[in-house]
Design a protein around this ligand. Sequence first.
Ligand code: HEM
Length: 634
Amino acid sequence: MAIFSLFSSSFIHPQLLHIAAKMTLLDTFLFYVVHVVDKLGIWHRLPVLLGLAYLGIRRHLHQRYNLLHVGGISGRKYSTEEFSYRTADGTCNHPGDDTIGSQGTFFGRNMPPATSRYGLLEPHPTIVASKLLGRKKFIDNGKQFNMVACSWIQFMIHDWIDHLEDTQQVELRAPDEFSSGCPSKSFKFFETKKVSTGSPNLKIGSLNTRTPWWDGSVIYGNNKEGMRRVRTFKEGKLKITQEGLLQHDEKGVPISGDVRNCWAGFSLLQALFVKEHNAVCDMLKVHYPDLDDEQLYRHARLVTSAVIAKVHTIDWTVELLKTDTLLAGMRINWYGFMGKKFKDLFGHILGAVLSGLVGLRQPKDHGVPYSLTEEFVSVYRMHSLLPDNFELRDIKSSSTAEDKCPPILEQVPMRDLVGIDGEKRLSTIGMEQMLVSMGHQSCGEVTLWNYPSWMRNLVAHDINGEDRPDPVDMATLEIYRDRERGVARYNEFRRNLLMIPVSKWEDLTDDEEVVEALHEVYGDDVEKLDLLVGLHAEKKIKGFAISETAFFIFLLLASRRLEADRFFTTNFNTKTYTEKGLEWVNETETLKDVIDRHFPEMTRKWMRCSSAFSVWDSMPTPANYIPLYLRPTP
Ligand code: HEM
């Protein structure tokens, strides 16, 4: 121990010493290992196996020190046999407590609330947004990530998280000397509702109006009423139009699990997965003719939610973090180190590392009841993925080039594709033309000065998908939200994640223009830097579309969404899913597989690349004959 403390005070970054001091001996040692690698800045340049070892250790440390429960625990037991399906409001998933992960429970935390002394308006959110976030010129993501990928993550966000608002409206006014330089001089919005937790540690928290489980609530709804709205109550199916798009109510609001702040691309993915659900119902009906409407619905929901989770894990994330180490890591999360063939042959026989998180005998929550967290919400603030215009393609044109890229027909302002107007527009465009167009357009890069201009004066929706009277400046609001919810600012956030904090702007970025702008807004005070700005300014790892800081939250929670869920662990079996249902999940690997099922000609005709999330006319991922685990330094 004495050697440790001698070593630590000279070696460990002084601002991390207090965190290391709370760890067990073994964890302190593991932390040293991670810290050495961080100091050298090399984990992403290590050969695959070493990179995986680093991530494994890091994830272990985060599981031990970055999961904080907020609120009480009901402790009510229930029969897991009786509730062997995903309930409408997310209750009855945790085996020992019926309410964990249900609609309206608290957001957890990955770290204590911010301790910084800065006020809510310091520096003013409008100044931060205008000087550092507002788009100067659209910066795209190259060929790596397209508009399907951008819509996909919104589709997932609307499955997992949304904060309950207060009824109290507040007004944010740009400082007088600055107001001429910003799109809205002032705007009104509802505060986040602060709720007493009844617990002595974290006294105040906020509530998640969506079910945080990976349960497809984005298409099934977050409670019984939502579920009733979307179901036909015939053969287990969900409502959909003849044309394969969402149905609408008398006001023009789509009928779907979540309709807030929707746009045409998001609504298209909802419709695609309603089609998937209905196709699963058809398949089940053929193989199990005795199943009634309710049974078909329940099984099809389990299967479709698992397909969504799998596509996200081994397709979307792999494109987001395009490196061999992450390709291996994400596949290990689903199939285990031994891989798909081994798991198909022998089943889940070897534990989490070798056989994957999916199919574990018991869900694992590392002693902290499952929820998604405030910090998770903050790192997913990625509105800069959205462009200003949507490029509608002409898929009937005969002049399609060799590269399968149809010509652009029209630049449609994104604003026209949002909400009820967006739904009307989508119904004239149709599913196929929209999807092919999304496939061919690169989305925005998550970087400074790339926040969509149209979102700085946005008509936001209420929870029912109806327009609110007061438009908001989203870039400003997002800075305010993180502060209002007590999310740590960038440097404190990094320290809490066991990362080396920055001590000057040049540690964050090589871009002199950015350094100058940061200096103008925050002076020399790196502690003041807002999380959102830091995440957008940070130098990126080659192949990563997001920052490393955001990634470490993903590393923890992407695994947790699978391993803490009874329906991806204990109940991921033929009894709960049916044999054919489980086969359906197992045979679906990518979003391309889902698209091929419903549009058999589409990808053959229009897609050249390997994943439906990269720009469709890009080259397929080249074959690499070195086995994945043996690949050397990139
Ligand atoms: C046209 C598309 C979109 C629109 C109109 C939209 C609009 C909004 C609005 C109005 C809010 C609530 C702001 C507040 O009151 O705090 C919000 C929250 C959020 N959005 Fe979007 N958004 C879109 C796409 C996306 C995308 C692509 C992402 C990518 C990850 C995303 C991530 C989030 C997150 C993480 C939140 C915070 C949720 C919470 O506070 O619990 N959104 N969005």
